[in-house]
Design a protein around this ligand. Structure first.
Ligand code: PEP
Ligand code: MG
Length: 566
């Protein structure tokens, strides 16, 4: 059987299905088996928690580092606290099941720690939240599938790929990923590309219909999944896979070359990352800087916001890894499709048009200040960090964010902490409003980066994650192209640099247009760096200009696509 989905990360993977089901921690159906039974269930669960957590800490120590591993050993110590345990047994003696005892005691500890205005204490709250989830999954017998040791050629079949799944994942043995939701610009797509694993998204109900161990072929380039096939088909796909890998091998010659077009004009070629750890992969891939650090990943899959210290560590680590090269860090972009449970964002009728990104941050100055302070301090490390604001639609938003930034500088100054007083502040252009007033916005900030993923969504009025209207989501639509052209022109007129960090920056069909209009910097996923450099190398300005003229004469996205693929 052939299943059609959305090709979100190139390449071909052949292997065996491993369905990964999210563990539900709902224990409302559990009834207490009496104090004695529940006490021994609790003791057994604590023992299991201690064993598995210690094992995880050891493997982290070997693979990642001492510090990360200490977080886990710290959790073992916290749970062994006699006071905490006696509170749990009190609940059990009062007639509760072990699950309710763990939930109630952990929640009250979390509330206590979260309320204290101290970074260390807030970190404790996060740790206790982790303890609670893992203890509940042990008690309920719903421990998450262990992704840290996988058989060779595993094809992960999941509802949605989350950042926490990728932490500690045995990536080497992941042949491909198939998900039930998401589009080319969704976060699961971004994660899959960062891991360089072929992926097909938005294949309905696969988690329940595919059997564990079943043979499967995933063509991430074509967006196709084959679940029944004969030997000849298998061999054809093996050959296609080998050819794909060979072509990627050939791109290696571009690793140490400058990013220049065929006439020798230079461009910046940066990478998009979602964690400090990805910066090294970006540097190894030949990126000349970081054009977008999606900091929301630092806030996801946890129970409390990262502290100033944690954020500082992450930003400073990237600044160090990039050794003087520019690092553009985007402030928290939550809301829309990016939910963060503990931020308790209210459900909205239209989340993409709602309280998200810069709008949310300006209303949550408490949260925003922590991030701005961390960014300012990390800026002192290599003087290479720039701040970027997402989803800007007005001049006021920039002014308000900059006013807060100034207040943070004053605070840091008074505290005698090192920070970058000259840090640059730029904005993402990802709404039609921003595109139309790009000339005015350019007067208020130091640089632009065009976020075509959202700019396409908002220009076309098409939800970027909705598979039903995916056919209407097209960056090649003349409306989007005109928008990009005028934004670049506005930046040029104002003499500020303009980059592009949406997926379109890596689309080879758009390269001649972006070169013609004078885009300064392309920021793409680490896996697309070399291919993008190769594309830029191909073009003489004259040829690019002719192609651009033809493309901009077209009336439809389909006509543009046809012109550009010729
Ligand atoms: C964009 O919108 O183009 C972008 C780069 O940001 P994100 O994909 O994270 O929304
Ligand atoms: Mg965006």
């Amino acid at each position: 059987m052939t299943l059609q989905g959305i090709g979100a990360s190139d390449g071909i993977g052949l292997g065996k299905v491993l369905p990964v089901r999210p563990a539900s921690l709902d224990y409302s159906a559990v009834v207490s088996g009496g104090p004695e039974t529940e006490r021994s269930r609790l003791t057994a669960a604590i023992q299991r928690f201690t064993e598995t957590t210690t094992a995880m800490a050891e493997s982290l120590r070997a693979d990642v580092g001492e510090k990360e591993s200490e977080i886990l050993t710290g959790q073992v110590v916290m749970l062994s606290d006699p006071f905490m345990q006696s509170q749990m047994t009190d609940c059990i003696d009062g007639g509760q099941c072990a699950e309710a005892a763990v939930d109630q005691v952990c929640s009250s500890f979390m509330a206590m720690f979260a309320g204290v205005d101290d970074e260390m204490m807030r970190q404790r709250a996060t740790d206790i939240g982790d303890i609670r989830s893992r203890m509940l999954s042990i008690l309920l017998g719903r421990e998450a599938t262990d992704l840290s040791r996988l058989p060779e050629n595993t094809v992960l079949v999941v509802h949605d790929l989350t950042p926490s799944m990728t932490v500690g994942m045995d990536r080497q043995h992941v042949a491909a990923i198939v998900t039930e939701v998401g589009g080319r610009t969704s976060h699961s797509a971004i994660l899959a590309r960062a891991m360089e694993v072929p992926a097909v998204l938005s294949v309905a109900n696969v988690v329940d219909t595919l059997a564990e161990g079943q043979d499967i072929i995933v063509d991430g380039t074509a967006g196709v999944v084959l679940t029944e096939f004969d030997e000849t088909t298998r061999q054809q796909y093996e050959a296609k896979r080998a050819e794909y890998l060979h072509q990627r091998e050939l791109l290696n010659v571009y690793r140490d070359r400058p990013t220049v077009d065929a006439d020798g004009n230079h461009y910046g070629l940066y990478a998009n990352i979602g964690s400090a750890a990805e910066a090294q992969a970006a540097a190894d891939a030949g990126a000349e800087g970081i054009g977008l650090f999606r900091t929301e990943f630092l806030f996801m899959d946890r129970t409390a916001a990262p502290t100033e210290e944690e954020q500082y560590e992450a930003y400073a680590a990237v600044a160090k890894t990039m050794a003087g090269k520019e690092v553009i860090i985007r402030t928290l972009d939550v809301g829309g499709d990016k939910a963060v449970d503990y931020l308790e964002m209210e459900p909205e009728e239209n989340p993409f048009l709602g309280h998200r990104a810069i709008r949310y941050c300006l209303d949550r100055a408490d949260l925003f200040r922590v991030q701005l302070r961390a960014l300012l301090r990390a800026g002192a490390v290599g003087k290479n960090i720039k701040i970027m604001l997402p989803l800007v639609t007005s001049v006021e938003e920039i002014r308000k964010a900059k006013a807060l930034l100034e207040e943070c500088k004053t605070e840091l100054q008074a505290e005698g902490k090192a920070f970058d007083a000259e840090i640059s502040v730029g904005i993402m252009i990802e709404t039609p409003a921003a595109a139309w007033i790009a000339d005015l916005l350019a007067l208020e900030c130091d640089f632009f980066s065009i976020g075509t993923n959202d700019l396409t969504q908002y220009t076309m009025a098409v939800d970027r994650g909705n598979a039903k209207v995916a056919g209407l989501y097209d960056t090649l639509h003349p409306a989007v192209l005109r928008s990009i052209r005028s934004v670049i022109a506005a930046a040029k007129a104002a003499k500020i640099p303009v980059g592009m960090c949406g997926e379109a920056a890596a689309d080879p069909r758009l390269t001649p247009l972006l070169l013609t209009w004078g885009l300064d910097e392309f920021s793409v996923s680490a896996s697309s760096v070399l291919a993008t450099r190769a594309q830029i190398h191909r073009w003489h300005r004259n040829d690019a200009e002719i192609v651009t003229e033809h493309a901009m004469d077209c009336a439809t996205a389909a006509a543009v696509a046809e012109r550009l693929s010729q």
